[in-house]
Design a protein around this ligand. Sequence first.
Ligand SMILES: Cc1cc2nc3c(=O)[nH]c(=O)nc-3n(C[C@H](O)[C@H](O)[C@H](O)COP(=O)(O)OP(=O)(O)OC[C@H]3O[C@@H](n4cnc5c(N)ncnc54)[C@H](O)[C@@H]3O)c2cc1C
Length: 596
Amino acid sequence: MTGTQQRTSVLIVGGGPVGLTTSILLADLGVENVVVERRDGSSKLPKAHYLNSRTMEIFGAFGFADEVYAAGSSAEHISQTTWYTSLGGDDPTDRRIFMQLDAFGGGELAALYEGTSAYRSGNLPQKHLEPRLRAVAEQRTPGGVRFSQECLELTQDEDGVHAVIEGASGPERIDAQYAVVADGGRSIGASLGVSLQGLPPFMRATAIHFKADLSVWIQEDTSMLRLIQRVAEDGTMLETGLVGMGPEHWDRRSETWVINVVAPIAPGAPEIDWDNATALAHLRDILKLPELDAEIISIGGWAVESVLADRYRVGRVFLAGDAAHRHPPTTGLGLNSGVGDAHNLAWKLAAAVRGTAGDGLLDSYEAERRPVAARNIEWAMLTAFNHVATQSGWGVLPGVPPEHNLMMYAATLADTPDGATRLARLCEFLRTQRMEYQARHIELGYDYYAGGAVVQDGSPAPERDPFGLEYEQTTRPGHRLPHAWVTRAGDRVDTHSLLRPGAFLLLCAEPASSWIDAARELAEELDIEIAVEALERSEQAWGRLPGHDGVEAVLVRPDGHVAYRASSGGVEAADVLREALVVALGRAGNPAPSAA
Ligand SMILES: Cc1cc2nc3c(=O)[nH]c(=O)nc-3n(C[C@H](O)[C@H](O)[C@H](O)COP(=O)(O)OP(=O)(O)OC[C@H]3O[C@@H](n4cnc5c(N)ncnc54)[C@H](O)[C@@H]3O)c2cc1C
């Protein structure tokens, strides 16, 4: 092969949100990396927009959260989900808001969500997020973020990974110690022998992105998602999501919008392959605004599937984001899970490049993240299909004469005592959709207890809320460090703000001299960084840490998950801490490899 050759520590294939986040996190850990992205720019479609508070915490760790909040929605504008029958129309059932639900940490959920994270949920479409992430990545790694370059081939041997890249200046070879495949699952995975398990595409979704002034017809300013649901004249139930996509306003004045149209992929099912005129006719129809003045910006189709890679690691290559898991967008877990993958993987790769990790640490990436993805896929499917289940609350049935369904629909919205009873019953059905909009435990409460890079202590896991909201913070190994506002040197600080890139954090109760000495000794011995934070035993400091009873010290990994908790220190502090760090660095049973 002709062309140039470059060597780096980590090659990242794909400059979508997951690849770019991985690059930024690696750069902050001092790891040289190159991103190759075959597109010439960022996503043209708005795509993902909901950023949960765990993602915002991770963005906060690299100083990016405030930029996302400033560019996107305020908390108020994403605090509810609202169900409308239509935006326009003159029938008695038209223009009705028949249900509202607090969502994404808003309304009455605020105190609950604020109790478990210093970061609120965000809302910024991928179309606007990606260029910002790209700018941060380019600033961290000048010349290392290479758009309009496609990875054609990825091979590996004992020395590392070898990629053939095609760009404007011809073919090029990049050699690296490790590769992260964040290609959305469209190109490299199969060539590595990875197979995707689960349901292949079963629905076709079409997102119509359009420009229109809907402010006259929208009746509130609190919703990120507005659901249009009604029985059509032919007796079928219509449902579509309407999302304001900004970019200047995020309330009813949003300049652009997306509606999603979903159809099954089945023999005989109609193909949705629309031109602008058909898309415009459709959105006028679904919104019941026949005269709507709208400009179609883009029409993007994608296949909805439910798949999980059978392996996340193939030797020196790691799959992350949509390359490893894809599922319906309900609950907004796609991009968010991918950012979680990047965060779990980056510090492990950095430790491997530095030579301080055992190979087991790299194995723990799959052991920890694959079960999280499996759970997220199940949740996304559950919350997608629950939309169909909740429609039963109208008493509307598929396959019955249209008159029956239209009669049930009108009766539910009638301004009579009977209508009120029916509506109350419908709302009870719709409230179960809180699984999608109030999924705090799904977003924050996953754990890595069984993943191999934490010291299991035999304690039981907290109970799981079947509806995904209740989230009991705990210092149980593998769980996310509980968020709490603690007083430290007179200041009120978030426990997560005590984490430093690449460093373990030993959070302990005063007096802590034995822990401080042990951490100093082990940092030198294992060639790692350990930040020690000793908190006063007062109600404002150590006492604030959820689940602190009987616990004297908590060892937290660089990704903010607890590796180990100790009930006593004293003379044994160095021994117990050494054992815990050996496990947390994947060095149990396999010593640290020499840095390549
Ligand atoms: C309509 C819609 C709405 C969604 N809403 C949400 C939401 O609200 N919240 C949420 O969390 N998720 C949502 N998702 C999912 C979300 O968009 C994806 O999960 C997310 O884009 C995954 O990011 P990624 O970086 O893993 O992959 P991608 O965004 O697919 O990026 C992969 C990149 O790799 C590049 N690439 C591929 N092959 C190569 C190659 N060989 N060489 C170089 N480059 C290559 C591609 O060009 C692409 O840019 C939504 C998805 C859709 C379609």
